[in-house]
Design a protein around this ligand. Sequence first.
Ligand SMILES: Cc1cc2nc3c(=O)[nH]c(=O)nc-3n(C[C@H](O)[C@H](O)[C@H](O)COP(=O)(O)O)c2cc1C
Length: 397
Amino acid sequence: MMAQPDPAASRRQLLQFLLGSPLLGGVVGLAAGWPGSSLARPELAVPTRPGQALDVFQIKAVARQVLDLPTWHFIANGADDGRTMAANREAFDAWQLRARRLVDVSQTDMSLELFGQRLSNPILLAPVGNQVSIHADGELATARAAAGRHAMICSSVTSFSITEIAAAAQGLRWFQLYSSPDEVLMRHLIGKAEAAGCEVLVLTVDSATRGNREGERWFAKQTDRSKFRLANYEDYAGPPRIGNPAATWDLVDWLRSNTRMRVVLKGIVTREDAELSVARGADGIIVSNHGGRQEESGRGTLESLPEVLAGAGGRVPVLIDGGFRRGTDIYKALALGASAVCIGRPCLWGLGAFGEEGVARVLSLLRAELTRIMQLCGTPELKDISLAALAQRDRAG
Ligand SMILES: Cc1cc2nc3c(=O)[nH]c(=O)nc-3n(C[C@H](O)[C@H](O)[C@H](O)COP(=O)(O)O)c2cc1C
């Protein structure tokens, strides 16, 4: 006589089979909030605590889940078709690493001196405005996460003023300025930054007008602006006139005679403008295309870096931002000759996902990844990282 099938055992077998499938294992892992169970598809893992995140992309996945659509698009948007934003990431693939062996890498040191300040590592926070739309604690949370470890470039269009940010967290802080046709207003902002202890002024020069960020425009009417403040402009008597399409290189001269802070130009992408920056007495340059949010150039910042370095001719430090998501990305820019790297969106993913702890996790992941690649490539100190650590991918082959 044939044995009758046991329905409970069949159900168990079916469940075991399904759980063995990578896709369902991942989905069940997601439902259980347990990334480890989706190891076969780690890209599906969504951490529930910052400490679980293995890289910044997992933190991005959390932010994507928790933020509403307008806020997500505020962060994620690039100009036009997003080609420049994509080019920022793709540019890293043109370079390969040449690792050296049997070098003592038991001690690493990534500290450096920049604009007369001692930094413990070359990872800075890029200026980002209106962070209160991402998390109630906004820039205060970001500043606390960076405090004592990273220099933070504070945007001028923040939801908390530079004075409030300085009171909330100790730490190295620079101030970012947009041009304005109102010189009295610019002097007002410079005065606030100096009083808050900033020693470096970062003038953003890529914003003669606003880039075409269609996602941001599409969701503009749905965006909750109730918490949005232009905190640095609140105690100014006149209107907050931000951006001046008539601004020229004379603005650099004006700034140098109106502040005691070092003046750094953010948004330089050509040799000609690097030469002009030095000729006009700028103290430093940040190669940046605003995270691909301004002109749709289709050109990654890492591709602009060599010509900007050539224009600067070693006379001023050259920093860079745009698409940095891994320690190896940072390493490649340093090897090409950048002095330091600024991080934009990953900090916002951290902020949206887990607030202050999320930003802190993003930064510690990047520090750990940079340390690891310095060890693996046999370059324990920043001064060891040079062009010799790079090979250019042979695209023809
Ligand atoms: C949401 C958002 C807001 C930004 N706000 C500012 C700003 O207020 N001032 C500024 O100079 N740059 C601003 N940027 C540009 C960043 O400073 C930086 O150049 C860019 O984010 C770097 O690229 P990444 O996001 O790929 O790391 C902003 C970028 C984003 C994504």
